[in-house]
Design a protein around this ligand. Structure first.
Ligand SMILES: Nc1nc2c(c(=O)[nH]1)N[C@H]1C(S)=C(S)[C@@H](COP(=O)(O)O)O[C@H]1N2
Ligand SMILES: [Mo]
Length: 262
């Protein structure tokens, strides 16, 4: 009769040992993972900040990861991809107005406005709205998306950016990597990769719903770049520049993604 009891005892012991072993493994794993996490955190925060300038300050490894994902998506969504368009009847009649940075009306005279295109050092081309309107007009009805979380189907018309480049002989400038656009007072500014600027759906728009642009929508001329979020769609363009370095970008300076593609 002794044997079964002993067996029973052994079994109990084994269960107990098992629990101990599990506990041990759990704790070791817990401390190891915790230590690893802490180590990574320390590594990140002891690594140098990225080169200051265009984008807001972050640690270099983080920016590197961001730039890699950006590159991946730029390769993935090539210029051949067109943004989905809609029939005109679906366009919103009451178009949302979102932000007014750089277009508050202190002293702005639309009738005196001219677009300044910086072709090179001390070489600025001035273009009137009439000249722009004399080029072939292109319209688009698409889903405008703002990073703040709203979207709306809107109808815009103007000249294709790529047609504008051809007409004003800016092909050489268009070989550069970036386009910079700024409001006349320089208070709002965006940088665009050249592929997106030359995308066949990108417009310099002067009409909305078949009417001249309202001031709050960026009269006399605004950018419509359907492959980007709203933040890049600069209202009231004053100056256009070309460069191989990223032009300054208002929201990228605040930490938003520089590319801001869809
Ligand atoms: N000059 C200027 N352009 C701007 C902005 C701005 O504040 N100032 N806001 C941008 C943002 S965040 C969005 S969503 C769109 C909104 O355009 P809408 O007011 O015509 O809807 O304009 C973009 N262009
Ligand atoms: Mo926006």
């Amino acid at each position: 009769m002794k044997m079964p009891i002993k067996k029973e005892k052994n079994k109990l012991l084994t269960v107990d040992q098992r629990i101990k072993r599990r506990n041990f493994i759990s704790f070791v794993t817990f401390f190891f993972m915790g230590g690893l996490g802490l180590g990574l955190w320390k590594w990140l925060y002891q690594s140098p900040e990225e080169t200051p300038g265009i984008t807001a300050g972050t640690r270099r490894p983080l920016r590197r990861a961001l730039n890699k994902t950006e590159l991946f998506f730029r390769n993935f969504f090539s210029n051949n991809h067109l943004v989905r368009t809609y029939p005109k009847s679906m366009a919103a009649r009451r178009v949302r107005v979102n932000a007014h940075i750089g277009i508050e009306n202190e002293g702005f005279k639309p009738e005196e406005w001219q677009l300044a295109v910086v072709r090179g050092h001390r070489d600025i081309l001035k273009i009137s709205l009439e000249e722009i309107k004399s080029l072939q007009k292109t319209a688009i009805v698409y889903d405008f998306k703002c990073v703040e979380g709203w979207d709306q189907i809107q109808h815009w018309a103007g000249v294709k950016f790529v047609d504008f480049i051809t007409h004003f002989n800016l092909q050489e400038q268009a070989l550069m990597q970036y386009v910079g656009l700024e409001t006349p007072n320089g208070k709002y500014y965006v940088g665009l990769d050249m592929e997106s600027a030359l995308h066949p759906q990108t417009l310099l728009a002067y009409e909305m719903n078949d009417q001249p642009l309202a001031p709050e929508h960026g009269a006399p001329l605004r950018l419509i770049v359907p492959v980007k979020y709203g933040i890049k769609n600069l209202k009231r363009i004053g100056t256009i520049t070309f460069s191989n370095q990223r032009p300054r970008d208002y929201w990228a300076e605040q930490g938003y993604d520089y590319y801001s593609g869809l």
